[in-house]
Design a protein around this ligand. Structure first.
Ligand code: VGL
Length: 208
């Protein structure tokens, strides 16, 4: 049985290095914490947002963001972010090269999709990215998750994995940063409620 470590969207787009995208306070400082987390695991997975600049959910300013949308697979407006070929798509400093990970998931590549979780391409959770199947095939029993942002993609990825009832899912808050305090609190409540283990200190993580 194996332990997996997932780096969720540790990309410059979610850091102050890209102030015009979706900067999360201190998001660029997570490299060491994610590397420490990975040391507890046998397998290391990277997920990356990969969005076209002309996606249907793109708005031109932060003032128009977080407006509800009624598309089946894009629920809110966002400014363009994590566009392949731009700095925002790149991973934050201190992480391994993409090719050094054991598995990589790119999400939201189609212009009409804006998933948060790394397990499904769509918000209906019908179209698998293959992550759950890959983890099962590797006999993964325990998954430790860190990354950006706690209140969106970390939360949704953790909840999708927990929903399978196949894994012990741990969120390592010391390797996560969130967009807003209130939504981080809500996210932690929602995750604990379904049995996800929330750890604020790497040293207290029990993988067995
Ligand atoms: C994310 C908001 C919009 C995330 C992605 O990675 O947490 N948040 N898109």
């Amino acid at each position: 049985m194996a332990i997996a470590s997932i780096d969720v969207d540790p990309q410059k787009t979610f850091t102050p290095l890209c102030p015009d995208e979706l900067p999360v306070h201190d998001g660029d400082t997570l490299g060491a914490a994610l590397n420490a987390q990975a040391k507890l695991a046998d397998l290391r997975i990277l997920t990356k947002d990969a969005h076209p600049a002309n996606a249907i959910w793109v708005v031109d300013s932060h003032a128009h963001m977080l407006e509800p949308l009624t598309y089946p697979n894009a629920d809110l407006t966002w400014v363009a972010h994590a566009v392949p070929g731009t700095a925002g798509f790149e991973t934050i400093p201190g992480l391994p090269k993409v090719t050094e990970y054991d598995h990589v998931i790119w999400k939201g590549i189609e212009p009409d999709l804006h998933p948060y979780g790394a397990c499904y391409h769509d918000l209906q959770e019908k179209l698998s990215t293959g992550l759950i199947e890959w983890l099962s095939a590797q006999n993964v029993e325990t998954i430790i998750i860190g990354g950006l942002a706690t209140d969106y993609c970390v939360k949704t990825t953790a909840m999708q994995l927990q929903d399978t009832q196949k894994f012990k899912v741990i969120v390592n808050l010391s390797a996560c940063r969130g967009i807003a305090l209130e939504t981080v609190e809500e996210a932690c409540d929602a995750m604990s409620k379904i049995g996800i283990i929330i750890c604020s200190d790497l040293d207290t993580i029990q993988t067995h």
